[in-house]
Design a protein around this ligand. Structure first.
Ligand code: SF4
Length: 119
């Protein structure tokens, strides 16, 4: 995991609350007005699921990287909130849990998509 993602997720998990729209962020709104910024660094990254709006992007060196610019899904308040609840239900409280419990994260992702299908 990228160090920035680690630090951001650690702060979110420690604070134990949703961020909501972060209007103080210089990039706000990077997706849409009113977006929930809690999962700015997504715990599912890289989900590799284009139904979310994410996609593989070609890099200058010819490789590919998973891009989330067009994923609005994780920033919808009901999705952000439900993800919080799901992490709590599964007892995922540390960034290390996110990294180590891949199967549980996949289950959470699938259940979240089923409950709140991406547009
Ligand atoms: S595309 Fe959306 S759900 Fe998938 S990793 Fe990126 S932000 Fe997360």
């Amino acid at each position: 995991m990228h160090p920035l993602a680690y630090e951001r997720l650690k702060r979110v998990l420690n604070d134990k609350k949703l961020v909501g729209p972060d209007e103080m962020c210089e990039y706000y709104p990077c997706h849409f007005h009113g977006q929930d910024c809690t999962w700015c660094f997504c715990p599912f990254y890289p989900c590799e699921d284009e139904q979310t709006g994410g996609e593989w992007v070609l890099k200058k060196d010819g490789g590919h990287i998973w891009g989330c610019s067009d994923c609005f899904w994780i920033h919808k308040s009901e999705v952000a909130k439900e993800l919080w609840r799901a992490l709590r239900r599964f007892g995922i409280a540390r960034v290390e849990d996110i990294e180590e419990r891949k199967e549980d994260m996949k289950k959470i992702f699938s259940a979240l998509k089923e409950k709140y299908p991406p547009d």
